[in-house]
Design a protein around this ligand. Sequence first.
Ligand code: COA
Length: 213
Amino acid sequence: MQLHLCRVDTADEVWLPGLLARLTPEERTRAERFAVAPARLSYAAAHALLHHALDEAIGPGWSMVRGEQGKPALAPPFADLHFNLTHADGLVAVAINREGPIGVDVEAATRAIDVASIGRRVFAAEERGDPLRLWTLKEAVAKATGLGLSLPFNEIVFDGDPPRLARIRDPHGPAARWWVHGETFAGHWLALAAPRGGGAIERVELRVAELAG
Ligand SMILES: CC(C)(COP(=O)(O)OP(=O)(O)OC[C@H]1O[C@@H](n2cnc3c(N)ncnc32)[C@H](O)[C@@H]1OP(=O)(O)O)[C@@H](O)C(=O)NCCC(=O)NCCS
């Protein structure tokens, strides 16, 4: 499994035209719809990172399809190569897995989670630990299934430290078969999840300037 990472700083705004030049016309249109500059920059960096990672893995000529809940995937003949991406202010990531579906999530560690208001819709009664850490792990699992937020997070249950997937509703189980990985990186919580095992992580870190150049 490969994990491609890119830190994004507001000063990287100068590279936006170069990032946009790497994207498809559809991606450029979506980038232009972001009203907030840091979100637009993160989106453009994440998609430029995706282009870089896929070009490295399979060369040019790939195209995308979307699943029912919007999860992007590669069109044939590359459909066996799975990927997922995530963008937060300050950090974007792309995970690539040849063994099966993959989910990745990053969240700024400073992001406040209002546990009182989201409460039992997200966390099961027995779950302990940093709520944002658990949130990123649950979101990585939900993204690996392709269901995203439509899979109730309180049905993805972690226990232990480091957290291990203890329960997930059918047909996504058994929980014990899942591989999950969580860490802090560059002021963010980062999580990866794969339903059929993950294995060693090959990490690649790139700068925005390299993606735009
Ligand atoms: C996917 C989802 C969890 C994103 O959460 P988020 O924290 O805002 O965003 P992240 O940065 O972590 O991830 C976004 C990326 O996940 C990918 N993604 C989109 N839908 C996905 C899904 N169902 N499963 C996995 N990944 C998905 C996309 O690449 C997306 O980036 P892009 O829009 O720039 O291409 C959330 O939007 C969701 O649940 N969407 C699916 C449900 C839905 O809205 N369905 C409507 C029918 S299309």
